[in-house]
Design a protein around this ligand. Structure first.
Ligand code: PLP
Length: 446
């Protein structure tokens, strides 16, 4: 049997959860005494909280006190929007994003919480589509939007997540795969070659989605080569770092993000690997006007909402839905209760455990590692046929003690060992490997 996860956390969770119910019940009881409309002025929140996340953990009480002091007087609006802008700045600073992506006090860029990486890719593809149509039309007034749309083409690695292809389908534009190299990464020359062919065929390249941490094997496209090409060719570069992005809070992994300075937009999911509950997908743009110019409508019944100004961001123009939840509260709690150091420790622990698993695989001559292990994912297989590996996966998943999801790397069927759980320890890695190795022995002796 596996040990039960850290009991202190569970005890604390029960206690805090019950206190939270009391807090909400008190709020309901006092509802009639509260104001309907907040007194605060737009921009009130930023000066009340630090301009970056704490390094050391803070207590739950400290955060809750600030909810009462800072959030409650601002009610849902403008507190919801303003905390989100500041949290995205905190997170942007944690991964050392270039200043241009931050909202600051009056920046042109800024961050927003989307529901998923798929939405972030779609929304940026749609913004890039509109921007390109307008630009091409201004240069060629005889062309209709439909003429231009039919020539637009977007690109992503042949290792990119299916959500990129789907964004192309929904956005009604062609989308092409760029062949990745033997390390499963896209390099500049591969993109250049396809661009050259497509321009010659009269197509209009407009969007490239680079992936940092591909789904099959966690490979990284070469931003430093790809970015300058996109900038020169007027192609919007979006970066999908859905899983890997969280690791960039550790200085030793930040180099994987080098080249982000060339991107127009960047996205990762703190709900995947930064201890923030689902859903929370952080997206930044260098120019907020690229989004607002593409998606802004102002019907009369929404004009009581804030106008976009230096002080107020109106996120309804940055996303598909109109309504939105107060998702930045959970970021605020997590960043403060773990501190940057606690979050870094969490990422490092997972990476260490994935290397522990990699070493166990390497010590067994029946197995091979199929891609470089950089973060928390290990791609491995039995040396031998795809059928053999399919049978191994089937026996692992049918035993129901651990669960693995496979992928294809070129022609090879590969097993993926992903470190996911908040409570995972070395003992679980040892348990999983012993189990896999025993099942492999059974299979090979059958
Ligand atoms: N991009 C990459 C690289 C992914 O690995 C995933 C999911 O695993 C996605 C996008 C899709 O993420 P979401 O569910 O947030 O749309």
């Amino acid at each position: 049997m596996l040990p039960t996860p850290v009991s202190m956390d569970i005890t604390e969770f029960r206690k805090r959860g019950k206190e939270m119910v009391d807090y909400i019940a008190d709020y309901f009881e006092q509802l009639e005494e509260r104001q309907v409309y907040p007194d605060v002025e737009p921009g009130y929140l930023r000066p009340l909280i630090p301009d970056s996340a704490p390094q050391e953990p803070e207590s739950f009480e400290d955060v809750l006190k600030d909810v009462e002091r800072i959030i409650m007087p601002g009610a849902s609006s403008p507190a919801c929007t303003e905390l989100e802008t500041v949290m995205l700045d905190w997170l942007g600073k944690m991964i050392n994003l270039p200043e241009e992506f931050l909202a600051g006090k009056d920046g042109e860029g800024g961050g927003v919480i989307q529901g998923s990486a798929s939405e972030a890719t779609l929304i940026t593809l749609l913004a890039a589509r509109t921007k390109t149509i307008r630009r091409v039309q201004s240069e060629n007034p005889e062309l209709t939007a439909a003429d231009i749309m039919s020539k637009l083409v977007a690109y992503a690695s042949d290792q990119a997540h299916s959500s990129v292809e789907r964004a192309g389908l929904i956005g009604g534009v062609k989308i092409k795969n760029i062949p990745s190299d033997d390390k499963f990464t896209v390099c500049g020359s591969a993109l250049k070659k396809v661009l050259h062919e497509d321009r010659a065929a009269g197509l209009i390249p407009f969007f490239f989605c680079a992936t940092l941490g591909t789904t099959p094997c966690c490979s990284f496209d070469r931003l430093l080569e790809l970015g300058p090409i996109c900038n020169k060719e007027n192609i919007w570069m979006h970066i999908d770092a859905a899983y890997a992005g969280s690791a960039f809070i550790c200085p030793e992994f930040r180099h994987l993000l080098n080249g982000v300075e060339f991107a127009d937009s960047f996205n990762f999911n703190p709900h995947k690997w930064l201890l923030v509950n689902f859903d929370c997908s952080a997206m930044w743009v260098k120019k907020r006007s690229d989004l607002t110019n593409a998606f802004k409508l102002d019907p009369l019944y929404l004009q009581h909402c804030h106008q976009e100004s230096e002080l107020v961001t109106d996120y309804r123009h940055w996303q598909i839905p109109l309504g939105r939840r107060f998702r930045s509260l959970k970021m605020w709690f997590v960043f403060r209760m773990y501190g940057v150091k606690g979050l870094q420790e969490y990422i490092r622990k997972h990476v260490k455990l994935s290397h522990e698993f990699e070493n166990l695989v390497l010590q067994d001559k029946r197995f091979e590692i199929c891609a470089e292990v950089t973060l928390g994912l290990v791609c491995f297989r039995l040396k031998g046929s795809n059928e053999l590996n399919e049978a191994l996966l089937k026996s692992i998943n049918e035993a129901r003690k651990i669960h693995l999801v496979p992928c294809h790397l070129r022609e090879k069927f590969v097993l993926r060992f992903a470190i996911c759980s908040r409570t995972v320890e070395s003992v679980h890695i040892q348990f999983a490997w012993k189990h896999i190795s025993e099942l492999a022995t059974e299979l090979l002796n059958a």
